[in-house]
Design a protein around this ligand. Structure first.
Ligand code: 5GP
Ligand code: ZN
Length: 114
């Protein structure tokens, strides 16, 4: 999608600190980190919200979570603990309408998240 900031990162039209990419997904550092580790994992396919995920995306979503796990392992936060967040629609705080998993870690997380 031409006006989507994450599609522009995928197309390398705007820069990002990309740490992983394959045929289906991309991971890059969040520009405004909320924890020592704050990485985003996104599908190359433009899906606006979690509610737009279709049956045909099942493998893609499974892969997205596996890549998030790999990044948590690679960054050394897997055993300590980390959080995966996916916001959906305005009251959740979603600001970019291209689905993404936030991988947050490297500090003690709190609950409820606020
Ligand atoms: P949301 O609020 O939609 O769940 O998360 C969007 C995230 O994308 C935010 O944490 C925000 O800091 C990050 N973000 C927004 N624009 C950019 C950008 O241009 N580059 C990078 N690396 N992260 C971005
Ligand atoms: Zn997009």
């Amino acid at each position: 999608m031409s006006d989507c900031i994450f599609c522009k990162i995928i197309d390398k039209k705007i820069p990002a600190r990309i740490i992983y990419e394959d045929e289906h997904v991309l991971a890059f550092e969040d520009v405004n980190p909320q924890a020592p580790v704050h990485t985003l994992v996104i599908p190359r396919k433009h899906i606006p919200t979690l509610l737009d995920i279709k049956e045909e995306d099942n493998n893609l979503i499974g892969h997205l979570v596996k890549v998030a796990n790999k990044i948590a392992n690679d960054k050394g936060i897997a055993k300590r603990g980390f959080r995966i967040v996916a916001n959906c629609n305005p009251e959740s705080g979603q600001t970019v309408y291209h689905i993404h998993l936030h991988i947050l870690g490297g500090r003690q997380m709190h609950w409820p998240p606020g």
